[in-house]
Design a protein around this ligand. Structure first.
Ligand code: COS
Length: 390
């Protein structure tokens, strides 16, 4: 049965997140964006009220929320500010490979830490010469007795400058392409250097850094999953996190739509509010449809995960559509504001800048199309029942 009716608990969760976004995030979001100010106070509060690390299972002291629950929270917080939500949510990306591939003891050690205090963790996959082409990475991990020694640089690392630990992908067999990559849980120490804080177009309150590992030693018990199986771990991680990114994109688009609706009712041209003009009405209608479909695709991709089913193509549909929607809807919101939309005193230009990254991180819109094309033309053999599509 297809049913997206939210339970009372889910509605309460959404209200909690909305309330937090409205009271704690929105009032400062545009100010923090100006200078790219790090939102530590918001991170501390979000941790305190339980809006971070929502994925950590109950057996490790976390709330153990479902993927759909996570999407509800992510849309609301991103409605507040997607840059700040990127900072709040990045632990989920870093922790997913730990959840999938770490031993019980390692999970206990690291999840305890996340739940106990507002500690941050980062996911280190991308390199200067290996973005979409993950297999092109150069970071090396050499086995030496009981340890691996890591060398190399990762770039565009969310929360990198503030992270206490990292999930890092490195080549353990450099000649084996994607079959020579392994994943490690790495604690920050003196050998881990934060090289650069990026000055970004949007999501300026989030931290994006380059991280270099210089002979960084990692005990073999912190190998995540099996040696040389890191590529699949990364792909399985992205299947789990792309619905959340789609939810964030939906939150940005919804914020832009709401601003455009309000403005179109106030702004008078040719003697009537511009909302009375059919040209504007049709823009608003298209924006509303896209936001609605983004949410449906997002929820569909999350519910499949909650049912323990494979969601690769659905999460790419959701991420691609919601990200492109965020860009289109924020651009249209600027259009509804006219010249004022281009001015920083008005709220929508920030949303348009913030939206751009949604088409880039966690797989560009082109990579999502590549996944969709492959899965559509040459469906991968699946062990689980075929997934439903919205
Ligand atoms: N789940 C599990 N396994 C998967 C998988 C998935 N979603 N997708 C691919 N695999 C497996 C394949 O089955 C294949 O397995 P075998 O080694 O047994 O043959 C292997 O992984 C390689 O798959 P594929 O041939 O499709 O790999 P490609 O090198 O062509 O890369 C893309 C595939 C481009 C889709 C992948 O590299 C990608 O997603 N790139 C974008 C990375 C990204 O999002 N970066 C953003 C930074 S992270 S914030």
């Amino acid at each position: 049965m297809a049913d997206f009716t939210l339970s009372v608990e889910q509605k309460n969760l959404r209200e909690l997140a909305h309330d937090f976004a409205e009271k704690e995030i929105r009032p400062v979001a545009w100010e923090l964006d100006k200078e790219g100010t790090w939102p530590q106070a918001i991170i501390d509060k979000a941790h305190e009220v339980g809006l971070m690390n929502t994925h950590v299972p109950e057996e490790y002291g976390g709330p153990g929320l479902s993927y759909l629950d996570g999407c509800l929270i992510e849309e609301e917080l991103s409605w507040g500010c997607s840059g700040i939500q990127t900072s709040l949510g990045a632990n989920g990306l870093a922790a997913a490979p730990v959840h999938i591939g770490a031993s019980h003891e390692v999970k206990r050690e690291y999840f305890d830490e996340l739940i106990g205090s507002p500690v941050l963790a980062s996911f280190c996959l991308t390199e200067p010469d290996a973005g979409s082409d993950v297999s092109g990475m150069r970071t090396r991990a050499r086995r030496q007795g009981d340890t691996y020694v890591l060398n190399g640089s990762k770039c565009f690392i969310t929360n990198g400058g503030h992270a206490s630990w990292f999930t890092v992908y490195a080549k353990t067999d450099p000649d084996a392409g994607h079959r020579g990559i392994s994943a490690f849980l790495v604690r920050k120490d003196d050998t881990v250097v934060v090289d650069k804080k990026e000055d970004k177009m949007g999501q300026r309150a989030s931290n994006t850094a380059t991280i270099t590992f210089n002979d960084t030693e990692v005990h073999a018990r912190y190998l995540l999953g099996e040696e040389n199986k890191g590529f699949k771990l990364a792909m399985m991680t992205l299947d789990r996190t792309r619905p959340g990114v789609a939810a964030m994109a939906t939150g940005i688009a919804r914020a832009a739509l709401e601003f455009a609706i309000d403005y179109s009712k106030q702004r008078v041209q040719f003697g009537v509010p511009i909302a009375m003009h059919q040209a504007v009405q049709f823009m608003i209608a298209d924006m509303a449809t896209k936001v609605h479909l983004s949410r449906l695709a997002t929820w569909n991709s999350a519910v499949l995960l909650d049912q323990g089913r494979r969601n690769t193509v659905e999460s790419s549909h959701a991420k691609r559509f919601a990200a492109d929607t965020a860009m289109e809807v924020t651009t249209d919101a600027v259009q509804v504001y006219g010249g004022y939309g281009f001015i920083k005193d008005y709220p929508v230009e920030k949303l348009m800048r913030d939206a751009k990254i949604m088409q880039l991180y966690e797989g560009t819109s082109q990579i999502q199309r590549l996944v969709i094309a492959r899965e559509t033309l040459l469906p991968r053999r699946v062990e689980q029942p075929a997934a439903a599509t919205a």
